[in-house]
Design a protein around this ligand. Structure first.
Ligand code: G6P
Length: 369
């Protein structure tokens, strides 16, 4: 059936604003339960998860970035070793497979050729079980995997992925909680807290969307730039990568993401007052470290654009611009910090007049190698 734009100018804009509902749909099953169970991932999940001693995530593009975020969660909350691989690279390496490593394929379309091939390859190397996290119920990926979890984002039309990403993250957090519980790493109290936090997520996303006017004002300055640097640390480093990807995909501004601790190993040489530097700076365990990285940027005359949260305590000054999300969201913070970055890319692209929904040279699903 035809999908209408409604009051929106572009599908990407519509899909950005649909995120509270998309995440609510994806997490619908936890709205009425008091405890998490492996059945959320299929009837076989309990047996397979019991057999799982580590995780291998395979994906491309934005879905790969979701996997990178999940690695932090799986290690920290579930105590599970986790590798995340670009599918097109993994399929041509000779990795050593552990049969008890659960392979997780993440894909919006479920039709990305490299992701499908990498999953088959993992199986041929001896991995016993696989899980698909996917947005399309009748896709090849869903058919191929032993376990499946549907992100219920609804059809995503804009080539640059938005709501698929945040629903993938919500699903991966649920997976983390499930595995943590089975491994006795989740107290009842913490489980209750996490369920409450996930239920609150749609409302928190709605609040995050309210920064749009501030982001729009920043976008006017970005539109003149040719390069941008995105910085993050820890779980927010992949969010910086996703922010840079969004910007380059639709505005054609060369954007690169760096783990802020790596600045002094190269990118600091690029910093001058011409290049905007975007930092993802919520109040997490690495905020202190990130702040000293940002001081290095400032000392070289860099113009900083900082996405912070209620607790970050970063002050505005002449060359430091701050947009603050209303809440500090703990584990959910990477999901919320995605929103302003999507809005930034969207508004910069609008300023530049590019084809937002169909950027040049890119396809929605890459079904051939
Ligand atoms: C293409 C799309 C991206 C997407 C990537 C992986 O490059 O333009 O938005 O992230 O493919 O797609 P998948 O459907 O596997 O998530």
């Amino acid at each position: 059936e035809a999908i209408e734009l409604g009051p929106y100018a572009h599908f990407m804009q519509k899909e950005i604003f649909e995120q509270p509902g998309a995440v609510a749909n994806t997490l619908e099953m936890i709205f009425n339960i008091h405890s998490i169970s492996p059945e959320l991932f299929g009837s076989e999940a309990e047996n397979i998860f019991r057999d799982t001693n580590s995780i291998l995530i395979l994906a491309c593009g934005t879905s790969y970035h979701a996997g990178l975020v999940a690695r932090y969660w799986l290690e920290t909350v579930a105590g599970l070793p986790c590798n995340v691989e670009i599918a097109s690279e993994y399929r041509y390496r000779n990795p050593i497979a552990d049969p008890a490593t659960l392979v997780v394929g993440i894909s919006q379309s479920g039709e990305t050729a490299d992701t499908l091939a990498s999953l088959n390859y993992a199986k041929s190397l001896g991995h016993r079980h696989s899980l698909a996290i996917c947005n399309v119920a009748e896709s090849a990926l869903i058919r191929q995997a032993d376990l499946r979890f549907l992100t219920r984002a609804g059809p995503e039309i804009g080539v640059a992925s938005t709501k698929a990403f945040t629903t993938q993250l919500a699903s991966l957090l649920l997976l983390t909680m499930t595995l943590a519980k089975m491994r006795h790493k989740l107290s009842n109290e913490y489980e209750g807290k996490m369920i409450a936090a996930l239920r609150h997520l749609p409302a928190a996303l709605q609040l995050a969307l309210q920064v749009e006017p501030q982001v729009k004002a920043w976008a006017e300055r970005f539109a003149q730039k040719r390069h941008a640097l995105f910085l993050g640390r820890g779980v927010h480093y992949p969010i910086a990568m996703e922010g840079a990807l969004k910007l380059k995909e639709i505005s054609y501004i060369h954007a690169e993401a760096y783990a802020a601790g790596e600045l002094k190993h190269g990118p600091l040489a690029l910093v001058d007052n011409e290049m905007p530097i975007v930092a993802i700076a919520p109040n997490d365990v690495l905020l202190g470290k990130l702040k000293s990285n940002l001081q290095e940027v400032q000392a070289r005359g860099g113009e900083l654009y900082v996405f912070a949260d209620a607790d970050s305590q970063i002050q505005e000054s002449e060359h430091v611009h701050v947009i603050r999300l209303a809440e500090h969201a703990g584990l959910l913070s990477p999901i919320l910090h995605t929103i302003p970055l999507q809005l930034l890319a969207y508004h910069v692209a609008l300023q530049k007049g590019t084809d937002v929904d169909k950027p040049r040279n890119l396809a929605k699903a890459v079904t051939v190698e």
